[in-house]
Design a protein around this ligand. Sequence first.
Ligand SMILES: NC(=O)c1ccc[n+]([C@@H]2O[C@H](COP(=O)([O-])OP(=O)(O)OC[C@H]3O[C@@H](n4cnc5c(N)ncnc54)[C@H](O)[C@@H]3O)[C@@H](O)[C@H]2O)c1
Length: 325
Amino acid sequence: MAASHVLVTGGAGFIGSHTVDRLIAEGHRVTVLDDFSQGSRLNLAAHLGAPELVVVEADVASPLRPVLGEAIERHGPVERIVHLAAQTAVQRSIDDPLHDLRVNAGGTLQVLQLAREQGVRGVVMASSAAVYGDTPVLPVHEGLTPAPLSPYGAHKLVSEGYLRIWAELHGVSTTPLRFFNVYGPRQDPKSPYSGVISLFFDKAFAGAPLTIDGDGLQTRDMVFVTDVVDAILRAVFRDDAVGEPINVGTGRQVTVLELARLVTSFAKSNSVIGFGPARAGSIVHSRAAVDRARDRLGFVAAVPVAAGLERTAAWFAAERASRLA
Ligand SMILES: NC(=O)c1ccc[n+]([C@@H]2O[C@H](COP(=O)([O-])OP(=O)(O)OC[C@H]3O[C@@H](n4cnc5c(N)ncnc54)[C@H](O)[C@@H]3O)[C@@H](O)[C@H]2O)c1
C-alpha cells in the first residue's frame, strides 16, 4: 500500500495511538487531531518530534480544514481518514445528549466534509456494538435491525448513515467499523468509558477487591487493540467501500468471571473477586459475527484473550513501576 497522508482523529487516545504506531511503522505520514479531553501526548511519546507526525490540538466538531494548514503543508493533502475522536461515555450521552450529538454525529459530519473537500479516498469511522442494543441473537450480525439503548449508540448509528450517504452521493470510500469490547495497553482505567479489563487490572495491581456486576456469567467478545488496528488499516486503504458496517470482534465470548480470574493471575495479585448487584439494562451475552470482516477485509482476530491479557498486564506493571519510581 502506497505511503499516504493519514489523518487520525482521536489519535492521542487508546485505539488512536496504537493506530498511529502502526501507520508510522508502515511508512505513512500521519496527522493526529485531538482535543486531549481524554487522550494524552504521552501515548504518542515514541513519535513526538518525528517528521512523520503532526499533532493538531483541535475540536473534531468544528470545521477541520482551517486547523490543518501546517499538516497539509508538511504532508500534502489528506488521503485517508481514521475517525476515532468521540465522546465515549454512554452515561454522559444519557446525561447530556446534545453534547454527544454535537461531538459524535457533528464530528463525523466535519470529517466527511473535509473528506469531500480534500478528495480523500478512504474514511473509517469507529462505530460500536452499542448500535445493536441488547439483542438476544448470537452471534450478533450486521443484518440485525439496530436498536441502540443510549444516545451514544444512536449517534454512532446516525454517523454510519452519514458514511453511507457520502459514499453514495460523493463517491468517498467509507467503512463504519462496529468495535466490540476493545482492550489492551494504554486503556485508561480512569476514563468514564474504560472497559472492564482496565478497571480489573487497576484493582488487581492495587491489591483491591474486584467487584463483578451480577454473577459473572455474562459474556463479552474481547478484542485486543492490535487486532482492531489491523481491521482499521485493512478498511481505510480500500478504495471502493460503500458505507457498509462491519463488526470487529473475535467471534468468541468469554465470561466476565473468567476475565477476572485471568487478570488476577497475570497481575500475580491476591485480590478477592466479589459479586455486586447486576447492572440494570446491562447486556447479558455478546459475540460478534465475523464473516463479513473476513469476506470484505480479510480480517481475522489473531490474539487469543490470554495472550492479550498477558501483554496488557505487562504494560500495567511497567506503568505502575514508573509511577511509583
Ligand atoms: N474502547 C472500546 O471498547 C470501544 C468500543 C466501541 C467503540 N469505540 C470507539 O472507538 C473510538 C476510540 O475509542 P477509545 O477507546 O480509543 O477512546 P479514547 O477516549 O481513548 O479515545 C478518544 C479520543 O478522542 C478524543 N476526543 C474526544 N472528544 C474530542 C473532540 N471533540 N475533538 C477532538 N478529539 C476528541 C479524546 O481526547 C481521545 O484521545 C471512539 O469513537 C469510541 O466510541 C471504542
